[in-house]
Design a binder for this molecule. Structure first.
Ligand SMILES: [Zn+2]
Length: 160
């Protein structure tokens, strides 16, 4: 599956669960070796290529031959889905017509107010938008929840 196909899939299926297996490789083949991280660091844990174990060999979690490569490109959402927001959006989707509203947005604004509605749309959009992330073999297997935890800890370490 190429990058465009993934993006289209996500944008077309806002209400469907996008498969997010740990370390799922959604972009691979020769293009994998396109520009690696500029600073030579894992974009999750922040360790430098010289500090991480390269892919390949026993215990390698990936399908395909990435032997000797330090970082593999995967996709991560811009934010974790917010349960309350997702619930509100799907409720709006189901009942706005029955409740006599012209759109889901009108229903949401009526119930939550304009500001909160805009905030929920933004959060949902972020959870459904992915970005490229070059990760070492320790990070690539993380679930998104774990990825965010590690990523945030790394950001904190590097700025303090
Ligand atoms: Zn890492």
């Amino acid at each position: 599956m190429n990058e465009r196909a993934v993006n289209e899939k996500q944008h077309n299926n806002n209400h469907e669960e996008v498969p997010r297996n740990p370390g799922e490789i959604v972009y691979y083949g020769s293009r994998l070796f396109n520009p690696p991280p500029r600073d030579g660091r894992c974009q999750c844990c922040g360790r430098h290529a010289s500090e991480v174990k390269p892919y390949g060999g026993p215990g390698d979690p990936l399908v395909g031959d990435f032997s000797g490569v330090h970082f593999v490109k995967v996709f991560r959402p811009d934010a974790l889905p917010d349960e309350e927001t997702e619930k509100a959006l799907s409720e709006a989707h189901e009942v706005f017509e029955k409740d006599g509203f012209a759109s889901e947005e009108e229903w949401l604004i009526h119930k939550y107010g304009k500001e909160k509605t805009e905030e929920m749309y933004l959060m949902s959009q972020m959870a459904n938008t992915v970005h490229k992330s070059w990760e070492c073999r320790d990070c690539v297997v993380l679930y998104d929840e774990e990825y965010f935890e590690k990523y945030m800890a790394n950001q904190k370490d590097r700025t303090s």
